[in-house]
Design a protein around this ligand. Sequence first.
Ligand SMILES: [Zn+2]
Length: 428
Amino acid sequence: MFDTLLRHCNLPDGRTDIDIGITGGRIAAVAPHLPGPAGEEIDAGGQLVSPPFVDAHFHMDSTLSYGLPRVNQSGTLLEGIALWGELKPLLVQEAIVERALAYCDWAVAKGLLAIRSHVDVCDPRLLATEALLHVRERVKPYLDLQLVAFPQDGVLRAPGALDNLRRALDMGVDVVGGIPHFERTMADGAASVRLLCEEAASRGLRVDMHCDESDDPLSRHIETLASESVRLGLQGRVTGSHLTSMHSMDNYYVSKLLPLMREAGVAAIANPLINITLQGRHDTYPKRRGMTRVPELLAAGIPVAFGHDCVMDPWYGLGSGDMLEVAHMGLHVAQMTGQDGIRACFQAVTATPAAILGLDGYGLEPGCRADLVLLQAADPVEAIRLRATRLLVMRAGKVIARTAPATATLSLPERPGEVDFRLHRKKV
Ligand SMILES: [Zn+2]
């Protein structure tokens, strides 16, 4: 007998009317018409049951700090970095913890149960690092928080940054970060990539760098990142975040770069909401989109995830932890509006980032941890279109969040009743 039985589920892979049996916090069986009774039965009613959303790129040390100490007037990346520099000396640990926990509440309500967050390690007090290590433990029962040691001001450019980064890793930060395009020269940027990859290799850690986050077609640190991955045997453990310069690169160069990334086992993370907002700021018209080449990366066999990057911080004043909003923007910017493209964008906020983070027991196979989201939608395409309500969120077989279904009732005399936003086509 199962502890819990979810009846009549549609799955992201297209299977319909499937039952999911859960025992001891893990998925025990996935098949049509599983035998009951169970401790509890939940009728999914032909709606989508997905593994939880995963955000592969976030900044939890700055989230929900919008307006502190002032608002970003130009809306640019560089004013955002300067503003963060003004805020850093004013930060206190309890406030960072409080804001991070509040964001995790939003995340859980939206079915987002795993987040890779960069944490700025340039402050010698390592205040934010300590705060987020504390938050990582606090949320562990319900959310996987993976931390990246991120030298925001440049590991070579900022005095003491390498030492601080090493201290943060000693304290238990999970992943090595970097920002080569923010170093003073291309040569320094390449040197920083080598240095940081060696640090990761010697510690057996993964790498995730902010890489080429600019519109400069000659910003090519991704090439160094890929070749260092091969040299140090880090294949499958290295990620390039943003890669926005690829949008502006020469096509011939990209035709060489993509196979190199594929051979090096380097994954890519685009951050559609932020890339479309921050890039192209030096352009008049035509104005570049500034997101990396998502369909081309996917076609070359390179895993691509979408990250939220920022929610209400010095760089971005919007957002609510909704990865369907991220996928929705991503498919528009990348022009991935075909059915396969939209499904790939759903993957980019679920299974692909789970693989990039190396999450254990993620998925809907028997044996996986019973982490699930029931959405008010029939399939992944409808989920993105409607930014569907998360009716129920489950962690290890226990319901941890519920949201009432979104409905609207018309009081038009000619057409009274509930509005149904699904497409019911009866005639051509
Ligand atoms: Zn970032």
